[in-house]
Ligand binder design. Structure first.
Ligand code: ATP
Length: 249
């Protein structure tokens, strides 16, 4: 048996424009099973667009995007099937506010026929325990803090038993005192071996958790490497400038 790790995400020479705005420029990146890749870079550099492309929330103008072996740059691919294996967590939670916490988590697996209601309730409660919210199962989402909502959003994504988790600035909308709880859940998930791609401005988290840090600037990957390489010995001048600004802040 080969010991080689499986490629989970394969992106080759992708370009994306919005009108005249050329947002992704010949981007290529492979992410392996169990790898945690953190994307950093200035605002508007294309990080969110890249992430959203991985579950067809955006389509590239050219290039190849393969996720879990499916060519999702091909509009004919059944994206709903692929999305069952990709959990996505957004900056603004995107929960159903009028449902209870547990209903938010069980809705998709039951509706898509992945689990019975009883199985989904059982799994949902287990997931709430792992994100530290066992006591909130029957509460309305409206009654939660931002940090609690984000932990519910993570539990909801995990309820589909995904192979890959995508995080788009999951802590940017949170009060500072809530950030740590959400990052702790993500750290545990990384330790469990989940394949993760994370856009964040939390540099301390990136240093601690990333297997690889990828620096985006002007729609290009300007540098990528281990946290030690990227943070302690950045080669690219734009990365050096970016880091000095972020560190000052
Ligand atoms: N749906 C859209 N329509 C038009 N332009 C868009 C759209 N989405 C993003 N853009 C533009 O694409 C560029 C890259 O945006 P993107 O959100 O990917 O950057 P980012 O690196 O994630 O920034 P931030 O850290 O601020 O979220 C920006 O100039 C943005 O205005």
């Amino acid at each position: 048996m080969s010991e080689e790790k499986q490629v989970k995400v394969h992106v080759d020479k992708v370009n994306k424009s919005y009108g005249d705005n050329h947002v992704l420029r010949d981007i290529s990146l492979d992410v392996m099973a169990n790898e945690v890749v953190v994307m950093i870079g200035p605002s508007g550099s294309g990080k969110s667009t890249f992430l959203r492309m991985l579950n067809q929330l955006e389509m590239p103008n050219s290039g190849l995007v393969e996720v879990d072996g499916y060519d999702i740059s091909d509009p004919k691919t059944d994206i709903n099937k692929v999305r069952e294996n990709i959990g996505m967590v957004f900056q603004n939670f995107n929960l159903f506010n009028n449902y209870t916490v547990l209903q938010n988590i069980t809705l998709a697996p039951v509706q898509l026929g992945k689990m019975t209601k009883e199985e989904a309730d059982k799994r949902g409660k287990e997931l709430l325990a792992t994100v530290g919210l066992s006591d909130k199962a029957d509460k309305s989402v409206n009654s939660l803090s931002g940090g609690q909502k984000q932990r519910v959003a993570i539990a909801r994504a995990l309820a589909m038993d995904p192979d890959i988790m995508l995080f788009d600035e999951p802590t940017s909308a949170l009060d500072p005192e809530m950030v740590g709880d959400v990052l702790d859940v993500m750290k545990d998930l990384a330790k469990s071996g989940m394949t993760m791609i994370i856009v964040t401005h939390e540099m301390g988290f990136a240093k601690q958790v990333a297997d690889r840090v990828v620096f985006f600037e002007s729609g290009k990957i300007q540098e990528s490497g281990t946290p030690e390489e990227v943070f302690n010995a950045p080669k690219n001048e734009r990365l050096q400038t970016f880091l000095s600004k972020v560190m000052q802040a």
